[in-house]
Design a protein around this ligand. Structure first.
Ligand SMILES: Cc1cc2nc3c(=O)[nH]c(=O)nc-3n(C[C@H](O)[C@H](O)[C@H](O)COP(=O)(O)OP(=O)(O)OC[C@H]3O[C@@H](n4cnc5c(N)ncnc54)[C@H](O)[C@@H]3O)c2cc1C
Length: 132
């Protein structure tokens, strides 16, 4: 849940930023590449949110199995990292500067694939369901 919430927040703060930032006499949001990148990220975040909510629903009904929980941890933390990295890129040089929230979001995202069991271990657990 932390991963999908962070992905949503990072995308939202980046959308605000690219509407304000001007380059070559235009908003960064007006470049075609920016529009396509936002469309791709928004689609993946929406899909991630649906999966996360589905896992909560299963958990509430005591039906969330270990493999599905591992799928959520693995896929949503990979998505968080992908979104944070793309959002740093959309910020340009400011994205590297610690004072900008997106730089912090990128650093915070990176550890998510490591702790609470690395994503390699998540894949190990998922594979056991399908290859037993
Ligand atoms: C900020 C932070 C907070 C943490 N908080 C807690 C906490 O509150 N409680 C807690 O118990 N732990 C905590 N941890 C520990 C965390 O869960 C471990 O770092 C994590 O599980 C990875 O273990 P490791 O660091 O020993 O890496 P290692 O096991 O040494 O892994 C190194 C690499 O080898 C890979 N690898 C290892 N075994 C396999 C395998 N069988 N198959 C394939 N690849 C493998 C890993 O995926 C990784 O890429 C925290 C870690 C961090 C960084």
């Amino acid at each position: 849940m932390g991963a999908i919430a962070a992905a949503e927040a990072t995308l939202n703060l980046t959308i605000q930023y690219i509407k304000e930032r001007q380059a070559f006499g235009k908003q960064v949001a007006e470049f075609q590449n920016t529009k396509y990148k936002i469309a791709e990220l928004a689609t993946e975040v929406e899909m991630g949110r649906v999966f996360a909510d589905r896992c909560v629903e299963l958990h509430d009904n005591k039906q969330l199995d270990g493999a599905t929980a591992s799928m959520a941890k693995y896929s949503l933390t990979e998505l968080q990292c992908k979104v944070a990295d793309a959002c740093v890129q959309l910020h340009g040089g400011y994205g590297y500067i610690w004072e900008y929230q997106v730089a912090r979001a990128w650093a915070d995202a990176r550890v998510q694939r490591i702790y609470a069991g690395t994503n390699e271990i998540m894949k190990e657990l998922i594979s056991r369901k399908y290859l037993k």
